[in-house]
Design a protein around this ligand. Structure first.
Ligand code: ADP
Ligand code: MG
Length: 646
C-alpha cells in the first residue's frame, strides 16, 4: 500500500478546518462579530440578521476602526491586534486574541469588511468571496467597522444541512446578543431580524434593566443583588429568589472579566448556595459578574473561550457559595415586604460597585435583605402552594377527594420558611442510607415537617420524602400506561394559553406528537401563543403550563436531539413532578397510608425519577449499635464513640 505524501494544506482549507471549531452556526458568527466590536471600544452596535443569519449577518459599530493598510490583515489567519508576545497570553483583557475568527468566517461565507478610523478621511472596503480576497479599495462610511457575512456555509454545504429551523437558530443568536448585552449594559445594542426590530437596548447603567429586556420585567424585579470583595476577586450579581427557579440551568449567567463562561465549579457553587431552598432538581436563576486579575484566568483553553481555567478556583468557589447563600438566608429579617424597585441604580459590572462594597449594609442592602426575609418567611402564594392532594389523584382512584380535604385549606402553609431551616437532606445522617429493599410499615406512619413520612418497619424506621415518592409513583404509572398506548387527555374547560418564544414554538411543533401521546393537546393560537386544550386525566390538576414550560426548557437545553424514548420519559418526569404533592403540603392520615401502600405495591426503586432517594432506612441494629445496646457485638452501653450528627 502506498501512503500519501505529507503536504502542507492550502490556506483556505486550513481556515475551513479552523472554522469547524469556531463557526458552528450563525450564532457563532454573531458572537465573534459582537466581541470584536466590544474589543474596539464601540459604544453602539447594530446587529442585522436575515433568515436567522443563514442569508445575512451584519454588525456595525462605532468603535476604533481598522487602519486602511491593515484591513486585509484583519481577514488573514492568525492576525490580531490584541496580543503580540507569549507573555500577553498571561493577562488577556480583550475578548478576542487568536486572530482566527474573521479568516475562519471568510472561509465559509462571503464577507465584506468596511472600516474607518477616526483620523482617516475615508473608509476602506475589503471583500472575500470563496476564500479569495479582493484588494482593498476606498469607500465611504462612518468611523467604525461594519462586517457583513452573507451566505453562511455556502462553501461547506454539509454544515448548512445541520442548521436548524430559523426559530431555533434565531434563539441561539438572541442568546449571544443577551450575553454581550448583559456584560456591557453601557453599550447601545440594536438587533433586527428580517428588517423587524427585535431588541432596542439603549445604553444603561443597570444590568437589571437588561435582564428585564431579555427575560421580562417581572423576573428582573424579583432578583436580589449580591456583592462581595474577597482575595480571589470581586463578585457582583443578581440572583433569583428560590421561587423563580427554573427547570434547567440555562438562566445561570456567569461572566468573568466581561466574558460569558460556563464554569462547572462556580455553577456548582451557585447551586450549593440554594441547597435546601429549591424543590427537586429546580435550578436557580442568576446573573453573576466576577472581576479577577487577568493573570489569574487562562482563557486560552477552549476554541470559543466559553471555558476558562481559574488559578483561584477554590477561593472563588467559596466566594460565590458564601455570598449568595448568606444573602438568601441573611440576617436582618423583618416581616414587612418591600420589593426592591426594578433597575434601581444597579452598577454596571464593568464599572464595579465600589461604593457599595465599601458601604456594606446600605439602605438598599437592608431593603433587599428585608425582601428576602419576607420571602423566606411568608406563606407561599397560591401559585406556589398546592392544596395537598385536593384535586390531585393518585393512580387507580388513589386518594379520596372527600369534602374534608377542604379542612387543609386552613392549615398553616409555612413550607417555604421551613424549607429554609430544614437541614439540606437526610442523606447526611450517618447511619441512615438509601434503602436497599422494601420494608413493611408496622405502625401508623406520621408526617414530620409536612415533608417526610416516617414509618416503623420490621427492622427499623423508614423515612420517606413525600414529594419524591409521589413523583416516583406517578412517573411509574405514566410510563406503564404509555406502554399500553397514548394517555387519555381530558379536555380543559378553559384552555390554558401559554406565551412562548420562537424556539419554544418550534419545539412544540417538533414534539407535538409526543405531547399528544401523553394526553397534552397543544394547539398554536398565534405566532407566539399556544393553547393547552387537553391534559391527561391521570394528572388532573397537575399544572399544564408548568409541565409544558419545563418540558420545552429541557428540549432547548439538551445538546443533541433526544430519542423518542427520552422525550417521553422527560415528559413523564415533568408531568409527575408538577402533579405530585410538594414538600410542605400537610397530608391526612389516609393519604400518608395510601402513598406508602403504593410504594409497597410497586416495590419502588429507592430513588425518584431524578435520582434523589425517595426513602432512607434507619435499621434497628444500627440504632442498637449507636445506643450501645449491641452487647452481642461486644459494645457496652455508654461506651459508643461514634457520635451522630443529628
Ligand atoms: P481577534 O479578535 O482574535 O484578534 P479576529 O479574527 O476576530 O481576531 O479579528 C482580527 C483583527 O481584526 C482584530 O485583532 C482587530 O484588530 C480587527 N478587527 C476585527 N473586527 C473589528 C472591529 N469591529 N473593529 C475594529 N477592529 C476589528
Ligand atoms: Mg475576534
Amino acid at each position: 500500500m502506498t501512503t500519501a505524501a505529507i503536504h502542507i494544506l492550502p490556506e483556505q482549507l486550513v481556515n475551513q478546518i479552523a472554522a469547524g471549531e469556531v463557526v458552528e452556526r450563525p450564532a457563532s458568527v454573531v458572537k465573534e462579530l459582537l466581541e470584536n466590536a466590544i474589543d474596539a471600544q464601540a459604544s453602539r452596535i447594530v446587529l442585522e440578521v436575515e433568515e436567522a443569519g443563514k442569508k445575512l449577518i451584519r454588525a456595525s459599530d462605532d468603535g476604533a476602526g481598522i487602519p486602511a493598510d491593515q484591513a486585509p490583515l484583519a481577514l488573514a489567519s492568525h492576525a490580531t491586534s490584541k496580543i503580540t508576545t507569549g507573555d500577553d497570553l498571561e493577562g488577556i483583557t480583550s475578548l478576542g486574541f487568536r486572530g482566527e475568527a474573521l479568516p475562519s468566517i471568510a472561509s465559509v461565507a462571503d464577507v465584506r469588511l468596511l472600516s474607518r478610523t477616526a483620523d482617516a478621511l475615508e473608509a476602506t472596503e475589503v471583500t472575500v468571496s470563496g476564500g479569495r480576497a479582493d484588494p482593498p479599495r476606498p469607500a465611504s462610511g462612518p468611523v467604525g467597522t461594519t462586517v457583513e457575512v452573507r451566505n453562511l456555509f455556502r462553501y461547506v454545504p454539509v454544515r448548512r444541512k445541520f442548521l436548524k429551523t430559523d426559530a431555533t437558530e434565531m434563539g441561539h443568536i438572541t442568546e449571544q446578543a443577551a450575553r454581550i448585552a448583559l456584560a456591557y449594559p453601557a453599550v447601545h445594542l440594536t438587533v433586527t431580524h428580517n428588517g423587524r426590530s427585535v431588541y432596542q437596548l439603549p445604553p444603561s447603567e443597570s444590568v437589571r434593566e437588561r435582564v428585564g429586556a431579555f427575560f421580562g420585567p417581572d423576573l428582573a424585579a424579583s432578583l436580589i443583588e449580591v456583592t462581595s470583595e474577597e482575595p480571589g476577586g470581586r463578585l457582583w450579581g443578581l440572583v433569583g429568589p428560590p421561587h423563580v427557579a427554573r427547570a434547567t440551568g440555562t438562566m445561570q449567567y456567569l461572566f468573568i472579566n466581561g466574558r460569558y463562561v460556563r464554569d462547572r465549579g462556580l455553577l456548582h457553587a451557585l447551586r450549593e448556595a440554594y441547597r435546601g431552598l429549591l424543590e427537586g432538581r429546580r435550578q436557580p436563576v442568576a446573573f453573576l459578574f466576577l472581576t479577577v486579575p487577568p493573570e489569574r484566568v487562562d482563557v486560552n483553553v477552549h476554541p470559543t473561550k466559553v471555558e476558562v481555567r481559574l488559578r483561584d478556583a477554590h477561593l472563588l468557589y467559596g466566594q460565590v457559595l458564601g455570598t449568595v447563600r448568606e444573602r438568601l438566608l441573611g440576617p436582618g429579617l423583618t416581616p414587612s415586604l418591600q420589593t426592591p424597585p426594578a433597575g434601581a441604580g444597579e452598577p454596571a459590572p464593568q464599572t464595579p460597585p465600589a461604593s457599595e462594597v465599601a458601604e456594606g449594609a446600605s439602605d438598599r442592602d437592608e431593603r433587599v435583605r428585608q425582601a428576602v426575609a419576607d420571602f423566606l418567611r411568608s406563606p407561599p402564594t397560591t401559585d406556589q402552594h398546592r392544596l395537598p392532594l385536593a384535586g390531585k389523584t393518585v393512580p387507580q382512584g388513589g386518594f379520596a377527594r372527600k369534602a374534608d380535604a377542604d379542612a387543609h385549606r386552613g392549615a398553616p402553609a409555612t413550607s417555604r420558611s421551613r424549607l429554609g431551616e430544614t437541614p439540606p437532606h437526610a442523606e447526611c445522617a450517618a447511619p441512615a442510607r438509601p434503602e436497599q429493599e422494601a420494608a413493611l410499615p408496622q405502625a401508623p406512619a406520621i408526617q414530620i415537617h409536612n415533608t417526610y413520612l416516617v414509618a416503623e418497619t420490621e427492622d427499623g424506621i423508614l423515612i420517606v420524602d413525600q414529594h419524591a415518592l409521589h413523583e416516583r409513583i406517578l412517573f411509574e404509572e405514566i410510563m406503564k400506561r404509555l406502554a399500553a398506548g397514548p394517555l387519555q387527555g381530558q379536555r380543559l374547560l378553559i384552555p390554558v394559553t401559554v406565551a412562548l418564544s420562537d424556539g419554544e414554538m418550534a419545539a412544540v411543533e417538533t414534539h407535538r406528537e409526543a405531547l399528544a401521546r401523553l394526553g397534552l393537546e397543544v394547539e398554536p393560537l398565534g405566532p407566539r401563543d399556544v393553547g393547552i386544550q387537553a391534559f391527561p386525566s391521570l394528572l388532573e390538576r397537575g399544572d399544564p403550563e408548568g409541565t409544558l414550560r419545563d418540558f420545552l426548557a429541557w428540549v432547548q437545553a439538551v445538546d443533541s436531539p433526544p430519542t423518542p424514548r427520552q422525550v417521553l420519559e422527560e415528559l413523564a418526569h415533568v408531568a409527575a413532578c408538577h402533579a405530585a404533592v410538594k414538600a410542605g403540603d400537610p397530608l391526612k392520615t389516609e393519604e400518608i397510608e395510601m402513598l406508602l401502600a403504593h410504594r409497597e405495591a410497586a416495590h419502588m426503586a429507592a430513588t425518584c425519577p431524578h435520582g434523589r432517594p425517595t426513602a432512607l432506612i434507619l435499621r434497628k441494629r444500627d440504632l442498637e449499635k449507636q445506643f450501645g445496646r449491641d452487647y452481642a457485638a461486644g459494645g457496652r452501653a455508654g461506651e459508643t464513640n461514634e457520635v451522630l450528627p443529628y
